[in-house]
Design a protein. Structure first.
Length: 94
């Protein structure tokens, strides 16, 4: 059995790691999520919270590009992997 995280979970962990390096963006995320710095370790265990991390990144194109460049991800990866967590994009019925 592999100890490797699912790709969507690993991406969310990467987002959290990246945010933790930038006080301004981290504080903006905490303000939107209602979490405190102390809450992060606990809440990071919940798939819905992980999805919110990726959603936060996806709302800001400049942050998305900076994240992907800094962390070595393709620009499409966050949107693609977001679907693997609860609340992610589903089929559009238009």
């Amino acid at each position: 059995m592999s100890d490797q995280l699912p790709a969507s979970v690993q991406l969310a962990v990467d987002v959290l790691t990246w945010l933790a390096r930038d006080d301004e963006r981290l504080m903006a995320f905490l303000g939107l999520s209602g979490a405190s710095v102390d809450d992060l370790r606990i809440r990071a265990q919940y798939p819905e919270f992980l999805g919110f991390l990726i959603d936060f990144l996806l709302q800001d194109e400049a942050a998305l590009i900076a994240f992907c460049d800094d962390m070595g991800h393709d620009y499409e990866t966050p949107m693609r992997l977001r679907a693997g967590l609860p609340g992610g994009p589903g089929p559009e019925w238009t």
